[in-house]
Design a protein around this ligand. Structure first.
Ligand code: ZN
Length: 504
């Protein structure tokens, strides 16, 4: 919770970022000019103007000293994107990230343009988000998740990690973590291989011959990694050694198992060794694919079994007064890391919530969607691509909603029961396109804006009442991190956590 002060750096950061913003703005203008020129086929539907809306670029502070978040957004109706990435005061690191981001965005825009020229009208989507993992040594791992959907049948998900020592500006690799020791690399390779074979979420999806190749002891195979106080985590390419259904495999090795292979800087915190008796599930752990449900201890009727266990975190407050009820809602997911963490936290407090999901993300992450359903939460429809529906034709609104309900039902076997329009933007045309109850909110945590785990509780404290609907987003790490404090507080205030439909 402690955060080092960073006033000393503020002016440098501001200067660096002012320059960055100017550069990016110029780049964006050039991009618009360039793209507009090449748009030989203006959108025919309304015949008013080009579908190209100018992209926006925003810079906000992160919770981590010395790190800012750049957000690039294009609401273009055909090739929209939302890109978030970190920048620091260190040029080499910044350039490495920007090179990746520019490449990903260009690839997407060029591919979409090619499709448009061939007459395709199916909108695409590019979402790049990231999370920051911190190691006790002060080193950061940034995990960028790139979800690209080209308007065809399937989207692709790519995970890229970037490492930074924020003090020195140094970028470190897995070689540095293992001290360039080839013996250690060989041992690591064996451990990773074993984890892959024993990973229940991958069971039945693994191609052993490919695993051998992808985990051969060379540095390149293990270059996409992160180190936290709990685990050494490796990210592999989607399809590299698994069937596509499972997405990019994420293999986490508990830190105590690899501690002997690490150089001093990255070894376990001595304090942690004492504390760490019973390692908890790591947040990157994902729910099993459809075929592996029976091995999961958290599927199905969690509620009934929970009550009989009487765990120490359920402090049985006698219900002498009628409980106040509150409906927590999570929009814009699912997200493999953040939603999983949120589900774990909700589960711990036996809290039910409502997830307003984007159809495009349900398609990327069917196993997470399934897990939301299995845990007994309510399934909400939040459109396919997150457009402002009040700006679309009735026909397009209808498509956004029905396509999303379709994928939710396909993945979970259950229909979405509530609908929330993106941005809360709704009018009569939009309402006419669905029979689902349109749900807005009373308490806006503004979690998407401040990205500060502590501020979520602050907002809730000021506004929560019996019967409130609380708006949060399960795509921001800070939201997942701040949730437990919110649950603890509300529980202390006598609230029970219900779905929006249970609220009536
Ligand atoms: Zn939303």
């Amino acid at each position: 919770m402690k955060r080092p002060k960073h006033n000393r750096r503020t002016s440098w950061i501001d200067i660096t970022f002012s320059i960055a913003i100017i550069t990016l703005t110029v780049a964006a203008i050039l991009l618009i000019v360039g793209t507009t020129k090449q748009q030989t086929t203006p959108t025919p539907e309304k015949g008013v103007k080009s579908a190209m809306a100018p992209p926006t670029i925003e810079t906000i502070d992160s919770n981590y000293p010395g790190i800012k978040i750049i957000i690039q957004t294009s609401n273009d109706t055909y090739s929209p994107y939302t890109i978030q990435y970190p920048q620091s005061i260190h040029t080499a690191f910044n350039e490495e990230i920007v090179t990746y981001i520019d490449g990903a965005r260009e690839d997407y825009l060029i591919a979409m343009e090619g499709k448009e020229e061939k007459g395709s009208r199916l909108a695409g989507e590019l979402n790049i988000s990231f999370e920051t993992l911190v190691h006790h040594s002060g080193n950061y791992s940034f995990i960028l998740v790139n979800g690209t959907y080209m308007g065809g049948a399937n989207g692709t998900t790519e995970i890229r990690s970037f490492q930074l020592n924020p003090e020195t500006g140094g970028i470190f690799g897995i070689q540095d973590v293992l001290g360039n020791n080839l013996k250690h690399l060989e041992q690591l390779s064996k451990m990773v291989r074993e984890k892959i074979y024993n990973d229940t979420t991958l069971a039945g999806y693994v191609f052993p011959e490919e695993v051998k190749i992808q985990t051969e002891p060379n540095w390149q195979n293990f270059s996409n990694f992160a180190i936290t106080n709990d685990s050494l985590i490796f990210y592999f390419e989607e399809h590299a050694f698994t069937a596509g259904a499972v997405g990019p495999p994420i293999i986490a090795i508990p830190i105590d198992e690899v501690d002997g292979l690490l150089v001093d800087e990255f070894k376990m915190d001595p304090e942690q060794r004492v504390e760490k008796q019973q390692p908890e599930k790591t947040a990157v752990e994902e729910a099993g694919p459809p075929g592996a449900i029976d091995v999961s201890d958290k599927s199905g009727n969690g509620t009934a079994s929970k009550e009989t266990t009487g765990g120490e975190d359920v402090d049985g407050e006698a219900a002498t007064t009628p409980a106040k009820r509150i409906a927590l809602t999570f929009d814009d997911g699912p997200d493999p890391k953040v939603t999983t963490q949120i589900l774990d936290t909700l589960d711990k407090y036996d809290a039910k919530a409502t997830f307003f999901m984007l159809g495009s993300r349900v398609e990327y992450y069917p196993e997470i969607t399934k897990r939301i359903f299995d845990a007994g939460h309510e399934l909400g429809n939040h459109t396919w691509n997150h457009p402002d529906l009040t700006k679309l034709s009735a026909e397009k609104v209808n498509k956004e909603i029905t396509r999303t309900s379709g994928i939710i039902e396909k993945v979970t076997g259950k229909k979405a029961t509530v609908f929330r329009p993106p941005y809360g933007a709704v009018n009569a045309v939009v309402r006419a396109q669905t029979d689902l109850p349109v749900i807005l909110w009373e308490v806006d945590t503004l979690d998407w804006k401040h990205r500060n785990a502590d501020k979520i509780l602050e907002k809730v404290k000021g506004m929560a009442e019996d019967g409130s609907v609380v708006l949060m987003h399960d795509i921001h790490q800070s939201t997942a991190d701040g949730l437990e404090a919110v649950l603890l507080y509300l529980k202390g205030e006598g609230y029970i956590f219900v779905t929006v439909s249970e609220l009536e």
